[in-house]
Design a protein around this ligand. Structure first.
Ligand code: PGA
Ligand code: ZN
Length: 430
């Protein structure tokens, strides 16, 4: 049973405060922490920050920590950690608000994850296995990693409008080989960028992607293609884009020069222009997935693009991991994959529910990190336990990103001959 829940404030990978929890049971101590990213809107769970500008520029989470050490610890005392949904429900009931703004979704999520780890230990099974049990599934699979290799958008100081170019080693034989393919491509890319623009253009963004000062998407894709070419893996590696187009949508136009101070206005594109641009790029490059190709409220153009059926279309800002938005996107045929950010939901139980919703609609599911990460590797186990088929956790570099990928190597090793790499089934892993 749960005997104590103790929280503290730590710093995330950006150097911004976040919540860490130590949850104690008779089996020991189980630690978890909450990731953090830019809030996208009114549909996601609330990250509770103090807002006192004199401390950590307003970003302290001492209220969330206090809520755990007081109310949450009291409410969970004596509960069985195996009963995840009851634990999560107890916190939801205690919070009483729709978006977890009273206790803080950062407080609730960190406790929910710690309880999940404690539940696995109680049953003496690996975490991914416990997660599979909670979801009622029996099959496990190692996800195809989407490694961020070039960063732009709000993630980088260059002039590239789109946020991320990723590589997917779909035709690796196992996860460990996918990691090798990702790492080798990443290092070839570093050499390509150095040769073309100089070593000073090899700085990396917060999630580890290179951020050379380029401004066109084609230029970025050419660099990645060149790097893939040098590895000799050819068709075994595919490309994905996270446009995060909400960040460069101005009114009804898309400003591909949104970060450039001296823009001429020439690079303003209409929604139809954007549909054409994506279609042409998909023909020219091995692009298999595009995330948030349009503004989060531009349901019309994303629908038009999706109806072309040329690649997986992922909803991140569009869906905000919110079940009502997912249901709308399913019924209106707007996209066919969910980007799952667990801190936008706030509990493990509810995260499992939205994954089910997406999978029942034959969608792909991408378990995702956030820009602000910690060394917690929970999402690695989550992606295996729910057999999501895809995980996006940044570049194959930087400790907080590797915490997830390295955990997947360990899980694959532990599963031995039972391990299946999602590979070609990445979009609808069973
Ligand atoms: P975020 O980035 O954590 O900054 O939201 C991740 C993404 O956009 O996919
Ligand atoms: Zn995104």
């Amino acid at each position: 049973v749960i005997t104590k829940v103790k929280a503290r404030q730590i710093l995330d990978s950006r150097g911004i405060p976040t919540v860490e929890v130590d949850l104690y049971t008779n089996k020991g101590m189980f630690r978890a922490s909450a990731p953090s990213g830019d809030p996208t809107g009114m549909y996601e769970a609330v990250e509770l920050r103090d807002g006192d500008k004199g401390t950590y520029l307003g970003n302290s989470v001492s209220r969330a920590v206090k809520n755990i050490n007081g109310k949450i610890s009291e409410a969970l005392f004596g509960m069985d950690p195996v009963l995840q949904s009851q634990i999560d429900q107890a916190m939801i009931d205690l919070d009483k608000t729709e978006k977890k703004g009273e206790l803080g979704a950062n407080a609730i999520l960190a406790v929910s994850i710690a309880a999940c780890k404690a539940g696995a230990a109680e049953k003496e099974v690996p975490l991914y296995k416990h997660i599979a049990d909670l979801s009622g599934k029996t099959s496990l699979s190692l996800p195809v990693p989407a490694f961020t290799v070039i960063s732009g958008g709000k993630h980088a100081g260059n002039n590239l409008a789109v946020q991320e170019i990723m590589i997917l080693p779909i035709r690796a034989s196992r996860f460990e080989e996918a990691l090798q393919m990702g790492s080798e491509t990443y290092h070839h890319l570093k050499a390509v960028i150095t040769e073309k623009y100089g070593a000073h253009e090899c700085n990396v963004s917060e999630d580890g992607g290179f951020a050379p000062n380029i401004s066109s998407l084609k230029e970025a894709l050419d660099l990645v293609n060149e790097a893939i070419g040098r590895t000799g893996y050819g068709e075994r590696i595919k490309i994905a884009i996270d446009a995060a187009a909400t960040d460069f949508c101005i009114g009804t136009k898309y400003d591909l020069d949104f970060k450039s101070p001296n823009k001429s206005g020439q690079n303003f594109k209409s929604g139809e222009d954007m549909v054409d641009m994506y279609r042409e790029l998909c023909l020219e490059y091995p692009i298999v997935s595009i995330e948030d190709p349009f503004d989060k409220e531009d349901w019309e153009h994303i629908k038009n693009f999706f109806s072309l059926g040329i690649c997986q279309v992922v909803g991140d800002d569009l869906l905000m991991s919110n079940s009502k938005r997912i249901e709308r996107a399913i019924s209106e045929s707007t996209c066919n994959a969910l980007l799952l950010k667990i801190n936008q939901i706030g509990t493990v139980t509810e995260a499992i529910e939205v994954v089910k919703l997406a999978k029942d609609a034959q969608w792909g599911v991408v378990v995702s990190h956030r820009r602000g990460e910690t060394e917690d590797s929970f999402i690695a186990d989550l992606s295996v336990g729910l057999a999501t088929g895809q995980i996006k956790a940044g570049a194959p570099c930087r400790g907080e990103r590797l915490a997830k990928y390295n955990q997947l190597v360990r899980i694959e090793e532990e599963l031995g001959s039972e391990a299946t790499y999602a590979g070609e089934d990445w979009r609808q892993s069973s």
